[in-house]
Write a protein that binds this ligand. Sequence first.
Ligand SMILES: C[S@@+](CC[C@H](N)C(=O)[O-])C[C@H]1O[C@@H](n2cnc3c(N)ncnc32)[C@H](O)[C@@H]1O
Length: 325
Amino acid sequence: MDPFELELRFSRLDDERFVEQLYRLVLRRDPDGDGRASALTRLHRGRVSRARLLEEMVSSAEFLRVRALDDAITAARADRAGKQRPRDLSAPAGIDERAIEIRWTLSRYRGERYVLDFGSANAEPAYLAALLALGARSVTGVDIASAEIPGLELVQGDLRALPFAEGSVDLAFCISTLEHVGADNSRYGTGDGADIGGGSAEALTELRRVLRRGGRLLLTVPCGAHEEHGWFVQLEPAEWLDLFKRSGFFVREHELYLHAAGGWRSASSEEVGALSYGESGKGAAAVLCVELRAGDGPSLRERLHALRTRIDRAASFREGKPDDR
Ligand SMILES: C[S@@+](CC[C@H](N)C(=O)[O-])C[C@H]1O[C@@H](n2cnc3c(N)ncnc32)[C@H](O)[C@@H]1O
């Protein structure tokens, strides 16, 4: 379009509409009452230009998180195309753990047809949209809370008593949800907060039941010192891993992350073991990302891959080549 024509159209757009479009484009939401009122007043009084308002919004902490999630989703798409299992991820300081969890889990989708997502009622819209874009034949959300999510079938149900047949699910995502099972979920819209107790272990047993043999669970949980917070529990890394194994899962892969001054980074269990929830800002101080397989050992494919890797390493060693894997 001709630049003059474009500028004319832009100047004819009223402030109200401009502010609405700016919020939707940059922060991916409608303006809240205060935000709208403040932006309109400042525009009307000439205290701020439209370009300056845009700059402020893009420099905000809220946009930092929007961008981090968008980066994670975009990178996960490229990871899947290259069949990558990215590790050693990073995310900016000052945001919660979702950017790490979303990239780690979504990158590991491998074309499964029947997919479940647990804890969808309060999930990030960007994450839910990315789930729907995976290309699975069906994606069903499950949550004890009810919600209307356009495009996603959401089943209201308890992770401890799922309305699915044994062995009927290929893959399940469970982002920051397991730790809430059996806890007080009133903040998530589940009524008066009353729950029937029992928690992660019961949910894992039920998840194991509905997954087909060899089916996978891509899961994230807060990690650190053993803490009971009323609305969720946090366990030490070894406690979580032990619980997964006792529930009939093979831990195919896992990685820990912690939130430090420089941002989120991969960490060892020694670094994570004593951390308290919220000690380094809003949300978890550390998270555990895992890929669990329904079954008690690696698949034939994984065993062959491990064998091939060992043979290649031995060959490199014999030829005197440095092993850079
Ligand atoms: C932290 S929020 C969800 C996070 C979300 N998965 C995301 O990606 O951001 C935890 C969710 O777990 C759900 N939840 C808690 N207990 C549950 C249970 N027993 N069965 C199913 N969902 C449960 C809550 O209603 C809430 O939506």
